[in-house]
Design a protein. Sequence first.
Length: 371
Amino acid sequence: MPMLELCAPCLFGLEGPVGNELRHMGVENVRPENGRVRFSGDESSVARVNLRSRFAERVLIELGRFEAKTFDDLFEGTRALPWERFIPKNGAFPVKGYSLNSALHSVPDCQKIIKKAVVTRLGQRYHLNWLPEDGEKYQIQFSIMQDEAVLYLDTTGTGLHKRGYRPAHVAAPLRETLAAACVDVAGYRGRGDFCDPFCGSGTIAIEAALAAKNRAPGLMRAFSAEQWGAFSRELWTAERENARSREFNGDYHIFASDIDPKAVAMARQNAQRAGVAELIDFSVADATAFDRKTERGVIVTNPPYGERMLEKKEAEALYAAFGKAYAAQEHWSLYLICSHPEFETAFGAKADKKRKLYNGMIRCDLFQYRR
């Protein structure tokens, strides 16, 4: 299969980490943009990025882009794209997307036009008057921004932040992709001590363990494109084996604690599902009494925000108590993600550096205290 134009959407603020990891995976023409990173690659690149990306949300094939100021523009531009290259005669192809600052502002109408154009194209190519759509799913996505339409096929399926180790029915405050990015920004690669004293469901500690082992986060799950006839299943198998061969084995010192015993129990279960439970020392402990000795350590944590678990004043009191405990420690750097606008005041110390991130639609800061 020839080279493909690809796109890795990501949380705002993670474009840099996504771009760096894509370059390390050997893909070409990496171009970070707001909320996404575009790049070029072949079929093996699609499998590799899906399996190994820690920070991207999904991997999309860009079928084409064109100006669409009218519904006729949208129909003709969509019909001109080579959908039959991927979608077979029985493929199911639902359509979803968004439109911003464009003449075509009705998303439902855009969905209908794109669907009709793809049906027309495939019907002509396969000489069919009716398409059964009873086969594998080929999710079509579109974006229309400032009258430019971009059409994609989603190779991922369920978002890449769904690693498979957290139960689907359990809500968690922090996406796996954002947790992994915080671990990466903190520079943790398996050396020294690592600690999350507000571990909750264990996401940050689990992502730290996966990073320390260099374990591909997508090994435990399946992807839409694995079932596509246009792609080689043997190639996906080879990329999985290649990912496994890149794992490390070492003596890691990863600690995770929470004041809630039920949260710690859940975190331990999640770590077991992720295959890293033996790498993490879980305990029930009060973060405001943090007193762990280290010669070289990093704390990466996500305390309650106030709007999520505690009232604002209670959250500020918690930050103040944890700030006092942290001030008494030596050799621990701290990377703390929080959406509270007055965090530094409550914590009692101005961060050495702040990085703006988004946890879904929630604006956060990653406060960095270096020692």
